[in-house]
Design a protein around this ligand. Sequence first.
Ligand SMILES: Nc1ncnc2c1ncn2[C@@H]1O[C@H](COP(=O)(O)OP(=O)(O)OP(=O)(O)O)[C@@H](O)[C@H]1O
Ligand SMILES: [Mg+2]
Length: 226
Amino acid sequence: MITCKSISKSYTKGTNIVTPLENLDLEVGRGEFLALMGPSGSGKTTLLNLISGIDSPSSGSLIIDGENIASFSRKQLTAWRARKVGYIFQLYHLIPVLTAFENVELPLLITSMSKAERRQKAEEALEIVGLQDRSHHTPSELSGGQEQRVAIARALVADPALLVADEPTGDLDRESATMILELLQKLSRERGKTIVMVTHDARAAAAADRTLHLEKGKLLENEPHL
Ligand SMILES: Nc1ncnc2c1ncn2[C@@H]1O[C@H](COP(=O)(O)OP(=O)(O)OP(=O)(O)O)[C@@H](O)[C@H]1O
Ligand SMILES: [Mg+2]
């Protein structure tokens, strides 16, 4: 599903050049759930942003589902992202004045879908995360774990093949974190979603099929999880 070949990413900070990723190779299979660990500043978010088309590599090729997105223009990337990728954040990033249902429906407003279709898709996504009964509540009326489930429903609503998550359990208690991890496992096993999850928590990483460690711009592999 994902093949990164010799990708590098540099940023210019004033007169300094920072290169968090240098000649990095990565393969992720379709339907695989991959955990990505590594110290702060090692480039984990940078890598997620490249894989999800939020940012472009300075060099190298990035083939996702058969398309080399490294060669895409900004405009092509935006359209590609809306079809292919769901992004899940540590702090959910829900819109506080919208209900759970409206937050989930939001990514569909830029598509040509009818109102009835949007309603059906949003309801389905809320059902997958087990929150149909909370659809008319606003984020402030939900627990952190429920907010993250709404955010996952929003990431899922356009049925993307790829989900990327940046510390999705970083702000949750143990019980809510477990629920989110089980949900991500279910999405990869039962719905064939390819998932790349950044985490600092070894217990969260153990929920994935495989863990990679990013250190000094290089990826080191663990034994696959049993
Ligand atoms: N837009 C940017 N402009 C300049 N430098 C950046 C930018 N984004 C990231 N960096 C730098 O790239 C390096 C990697 O950052 P990144 O956010 O990918 O790390 P991370 O592994 O996600 O860290 P954390 O665990 O703290 O979230 C850091 O040195 C950071 O300062
Ligand atoms: Mg980060």
